[in-house]
Design a protein. Structure first.
Lengths: 252, 386
């Protein structure tokens, strides 16, 4: 799929294929006088083989935007195309199946199931796709080894540090080889050192052809791990630039 | 996903045990109370079971076997003259006082049977023989009587021991196994004539007439003929609900309609259902709420509502299966204890475990319903909202 970008806020990386694209996406919550429009005709392009970070103050619509791109929310208006599929035209069931196959998630609070081991947690996306536990476990172990947790596979999440838990979450997000990774504040629950280590690991694993990561963050310390940074405010993308062009001092 | 569902369930051991306890409590209480009720109802028919005969002829106003309205002795001859009657024998049935050697009194169910044919004799004599009833003052007692009629329960009565029925001597010449009577007293068999001498004299003493049809005549036809020719009531002894004029059925339904027993047991059963439902619904819903963010994460990762619904059903199904198994096991142990000790009454027809399984299934489905509803309506995007 070729880039469709024509907006001023779209990326200059026009030579890359587009992994996710929104056009005039609008989303509001509530009704009547309490209705709040969270997204105003948002246009965003995320390209394959890039890490795109979404930056902005609380309540600016970052999480709503990635939820729409991930297919967990439907927009009121606008078009959403992810990996060539027009989500706005698909049924909920089709989107759910699409998400299971193509999207990996990393959550702010890790969201690991505490009663099962790390390797079983890492299996979950494969189980959702219908694979048996016995067939899924080798994949999960391989992924956990890649994130450096081969010694901790049999442990439960609460036996690991925050950084290690987020590494399990990364293994879980990547075990089914998704092409789109959605990360919601991946370092928010980590200290600076662990945050840096997790992002280094994340970046090394994400760097694969055809794979795109959308990262919502408040953490300015990890912005340099991005290929491109999009800034949001009041439900709009006000800037989308390559990291090297991003004005770090202005955004401090 | 099933393994995942089970691990999520077993991982929260406190809630898992609470859920199992709820189902187990319900299963045990419903099964135990229903079985005790059935046992008690069975005891109401003990006289029919212990003095078996194909047809019981009684006074026309008699509604159940424990109700004795004496008939005239001449009624025996009238019944014998009915076409299709092979034989008809008198039987005396009544509650009498027994004085033990230490002077204390206890009540017994005295059965007097024909001394020639012994129609209505106990089915399982374990010591002595029925012919010994022809000896003076001879009685056959059930094994409960050995304990109950002994002044010291540690030294039960034995063959040859004597006691008094209404101040007249009785000597044990046989011991039998018998179903416990509804009144709780032991059964004592003697001859019809001797039973009349034990019982306080009344103008009419004949309790019932035991009848067998001649070959080639069916029970219903003979019973109809007896009722038509004599004006007495002829009940069949075919087994519960086998026939509309079955004496067992009439007796049990009389107790159901005319006593508070079903209400009492029914209330306990309903309490069992309500308590089990309350524990299960509340605990399982709390379990779902505790795991809501994980279900949300699974949903975000692409698990369909149906898949999550199946996970919840598996969880509640396992709880139901384990709780039902333990509850039924405990109820069975209780039943075994009851049967060994001959009290309380306990009878578990085949239908009870299946009926309880149905009730437990409904409890489990209701418990999972709220959770399924909650998870189905859960917005997958909730996982991004912290």
């Amino acid at each position: 799929m070729r880039p469709l970008c024509s907006e001023a806020n779209c990326s200059p990386m026009s030579s890359h294929l587009i992994a996710a694209q929104t056009r005039a996406v609008t989303k509001s919550f509530g009704s009547g006088t309490s209705r709040i429009e969270v997204l105003h005709e948002v246009n965003l392009d995320a390209y394959e083989s890039e890490i795109l970070m979404l930056l902005g103050p609380s309540g600016c619509g970052k999480t709503t935007l990635i939820s729409i791109i991930a297919g967990t929310l439907t927009p009121d208006r606008g078009e959403v195309t992810v990996l060539g599929q027009e989500l706005h035209k698909m049924s909920k069931a089709a989107i759910t199946k699409f998400r299971a196959r193509n999207v990996g998630f990393i959550f702010q609070q890790f969201n690991l199931i505490p009663t099962i081991t790390c390797e079983e947690n890492a299996c979950v996306p494969l189980l959702i796709q219908g694979m048996s536990m016995s067939r899924a476990l080798p994949h999960a172990r391989e992924m956990l080894a890649q994130v450096g947790l081969q010694e901790h596979m049999k442990k439960r999440p609460n036996q690991l540090s925050g950084g290690q838990q987020q590494r399990v979450a990364i293994a879980r997000a990547l075990v089914h080889k998704p092409r789109l990774i959605i990360c919601d504040e991946p370092t928010a629950a980590l200290d600076a050192e662990n945050g840096r280590m997790v992002m280094e690991l994340f970046r090394s694993l994400i760097r694969q052809p055809g794979r795109c990561a959308l990262v919502v963050t408040h953490d300015h310390r990890i912005l340099h791990f991005a290929d491109r940074i999009a800034t949001m405010n009041d439900g709009k993308i006000i800037e989308s630039v390559p990291t090297e062009e991003f004005d770090f001092e202005h955004h401090q | 996903m099933f393994r995942l569902a089970l691990k999520m369930l077993f991982g929260d051991s406190a809630k898992y045990l609470m859920l199992v306890f709820g189902v187990m409590f319900s299963t045990f209480l419903i099964t135990q109370q229903s079985s005790v009720f059935c046992g008690l109802m069975l005891w109401t028919t003990a006289i029919i079971k212990n003095a078996p005969a194909p047809i019981w002829v009684v006074e026309k106003e008699v509604k159940q076997v424990n109700q004795t309205i004496a008939m005239r002795d001449t009624d025996l001859g009238r019944v014998r003259s009915v076409s299709g009657v092979e034989w008809a024998m008198p039987i005396y049935s009544g509650v009498q006082n027994v004085r033990m050697t230490n002077g204390s009194l206890t009540v017994v169910q005295l059965i007097g049977i024909d001394s020639t044919t012994f129609a209505g004799a106990p089915m399982r004599i374990i010591e002595g023989g029925i012919d010994a009833l022809r000896q003076p003052n001879a009685v056959i007692v059930d094994d409960l009587a050995l304990q109950r009629l002994s002044p010291d329960p540690k030294t039960p009565l034995k063959m040859g021991d004597t006691f008094e029925i209404n101040d007249q001597e009785a000597r044990i010449v046989g011991i039998c196994k018998a179903m416990r009577s509804f009144t709780g007293g032991p059964f004592i068999w003697t001859t019809y004539d001797r039973a009349l001498s034990y019982a306080p004299p009344q103008r009419k003493m004949l309790s019932a007439i035991l009848v067998s049809p001649s070959a080639g005549h069916n029970l219903e036809g003979v019973a109809d003929a007896i009722e038509k020719d004599t004006g007495l009531k002829a009940y069949l002894n075919t087994g519960f609900k086998e026939s509309p004029r079955d004496f067992n059925t009439a007796t049990i339904f009389w107790f159901i309609k005319n006593t508070g027993i079903p209400i009492s047991f029914g209330t306990t059963v309903i309490v069992g259902i309500i308590v089990g439902m309350a524990i299960c619904c509340q605990t399982f819903y709390l379990f779902v709420l505790d795991n809501l963010k994980h279900y949300g994460a699974l949903k975000a990762m692409g698990a369909s509502n149906w898949k999550l619904c199946r996970m919840l059903l598996i969880q509640v199904g396992v709880v139901g299966f384990v709780g039902y198994g333990i509850g039924l096991f405990l109820a069975s142990r209780f039943g075994l204890f009851a049967l060994q000790n001959q009290q309380p009454p306990f009878f578990m027809p085949d239908i009870i475990p299946f009926a309880v399984l149905g009730v437990i299934t409904v409890i489990c489905l209701l418990s999972s319903f709220l959770g399924i509803l909650r998870v189905s309506l859960l917005d997958a995007a909730v996982v991004f909202r912290g």
